[in-house]
Design a binder for this molecule. Structure first.
Ligand SMILES: [Cu+2]
Length: 241
């Protein structure tokens, strides 16, 4: 009797081990799938002219990005690699049309943002300020500002380096203002007039960087999960070529 119980217990332990092992494999595959997730098609800044700088005349390139609170009939969601991920990210905010940004080296670059989301408060006031622009400011709805109120932010566009470095130093961070809760909206549910932000910065030699949003707009831990850690949504690459 005792022996039979011992065998049953051993079988139970082995069975549990197989289940845990199976879960580990599934989680491992999931992590691998995220890490190797299909990168959205690159969005390359277009050279539109030249700009005078302290270092002389440089090429000027421009790029348009929009930020949506969720997908809709008029704005499809970013590409996902599985139905489970698509379901998981339904109704989450994202940058559009791509999060794989390419800008020219040794140039002046302007990114124009159209921001359609609501917002709230940042955790860290550092990200309420403009960092890395040509003159320390950004244009918000036609007016130059160097920061936003901490509690009026929707998302940030924060470009930084891989930890290993070994390439030109580059850091750019801009907060994007939220739309007020009572902003008039159109048929697709987005504000009829988005918040318009333009930031102009100087690029140096070529390098590979990443960017992400620093506003807690996702889900799970401290609202920094879900779209916040997913390329195509609130994170991406930033190539200076
Ligand atoms: Cu965000």
């Amino acid at each position: 009797m005792l022996r039979r119980a011992a065998v049953a217990l051993a079988a139970l332990i082995i069975g549990a081990g197989v289940v845990v092992g199976g879960i580990a494999v599934v989680v491992g595959v999931g992590v691998f799938a995220v890490a190797s997730g299909s990168e959205p098609a690159p969005l390359t800044a277009t050279v539109t002219g030249t700009k005078q700088t302290a270092e002389g005349t440089l090429p000027h390139a421009e790029l348009d990005l929009a930020v949506y609170p969720n997908s809709s009939a008029s704005v499809p969601p970013p590409r996902t690699f599985s139905p489970i991920q698509a379901d998981w990210l339904t109704g989450q905010p994202f940058y559009s049309p791509s999060t794989s940004i390419v800008v020219p080296a040794n140039s002046v670059v302007t990114i124009h943002f159209s921001q359609y989301d609501s917002g709230g408060s940042l955790y860290n006031s550092f990200f309420a300020k403009v960092h890395g622009s040509l003159d320390g400011t950004m244009m918000v709805n036609g007016k130059p500002v160097d920061s936003l109120p901490l509690d009026k932010v929707a998302h940030t566009f924060t470009v930084h380096q891989y930890p290993e470095g070994g390439q030109p130093d580059f850091f750019l961070s801009v907060p994007l203002p939220m739309n007020p809760a009572n902003a008039p909206t159109g048929a697709d549910g987005y504000p009829t007039t988005p918040q318009k932000v333009s930031v102009t910065f100087r690029t140096g030699e070529p390098g590979s960087y990443v960017w992400n949003c620093e506003f807690p707009c996702g889900d799970m831990y401290q609202q920094f999960g879900g779209p916040m850690q997913t390329r195509g949504w609130m994170a991406g690459t930033f190539e200076v070529v």
